[in-house]
Design a protein around this ligand. Structure first.
Ligand code: SAH
Length: 238
């Protein structure tokens, strides 16, 4: 495996769980890793390391910080949610990152998944439909020292606005079918992970663009908020 890039991150901000010491949030985070990820089959050591180190509670409001390491979807504003730790880990693992990739993420949300990706690839391009969320995530990630992320506010169901290809694409909202524009932006040899199905339940689908074309694989079931846009669900139904 190619080595992960060595990023020099400044120390994370010191906000801890309900004013307790950083050691407490370390312990709570380690328990999350063991009980929710390792015990359920997440094996990618780099994914586990990133999620062990990233302070998930800093991606939600202070009122919810105590819940950040539990097995719950957390509200992040605009009716959107931060996915379960297991879901974030499973999707990231499915991308099989080596540290060299340019990754397109649709649905920045709180920026937590963006932070995980940022540590495991060369550069993340992320799009969020709600300006309030996208702007807050950008400020948060910049303060935390993530500098290999490019941000946009807009409809990610149509892909990145500039014509270009990505080694990996991750959609963190549920689509009725895989948007064609996203499939078209997947580079040869690349993987596209996308929840596909109804507004309430989806299959987690992984596409691989091989020499002979696109191959589709179903990884499991999942529940995401809807991908709202021209190649997703119609506006007004989210
Ligand atoms: N990955 C996020 C959570 C995702 S929730 C995190 O770690 O916090 C899904 C996000 O996708 C929401 O913020 C929602 O506003 C956004 N979204 C939905 N449709 C979108 C679209 N067409 N383009 C960009 N973002 C979209």
């Amino acid at each position: 495996m190619v080595g992960y890039p060595k990023q020099t991150l400044p120390p994370f901000s010191t906000r801890t769980l309900a004013g307790e010491s950083g050691m407490v949030s370390d312990r709570v985070r380690n328990r999350m890793i063991q009980e929710q990820l390792v015990n359920r089959g997440i094996q990618d050591q780099q994914v586990l390391k990133a999620m062990r180190e990233i302070p998930r509670h800093q991606f939600v409001s202070e009122a919810l910080a105590e819940l950040a390491y539990q097995e719950s979807n957390l509200p992040i504003g605009e009716g959107q949610t931060l996915s379960l730790p297991y879901t974030v880990a499973r999707m990231t693992e499915a991308l099989t990152l080596t540290g060299e990739e340019e990754v397109l993420e649709i649905g920045t949300g709180s920026g937590y998944q963006t932070a995980v990706l940022s540590r495991l690839c060369r550069r993340v391009y992320t799009i969020e439909r709600h300006a309030s969320l996208g702007d807050a995530a950008r400020r948060r990630l910049r303060t935390m020292g993530y500098h290999n992320v490019v941000y946009r506010v807009g409809d990610g169901s149509m892909g990145w606005p500039d014509p270009r290809k990505f080694d990996r694409i991750l959609v963190t909202a549920g689509a009725p079918v895989t948007p064609e524009s996203l499939a078209n932006q997947l580079a040869e040899g690349g993987f596209l992970v996308v929840p596909e199905g109804s507004m309430t339940t989806q299959s987690l689908v992984r596409w691989h663009r091989g020499a002979g074309g696109m191959v589709r694989e179903i990884l499991g079931t999942c529940r995401f908020v809807p991908l709202v846009g021209a190649e997703g669900w119609r506006e007004g139904r989210s």
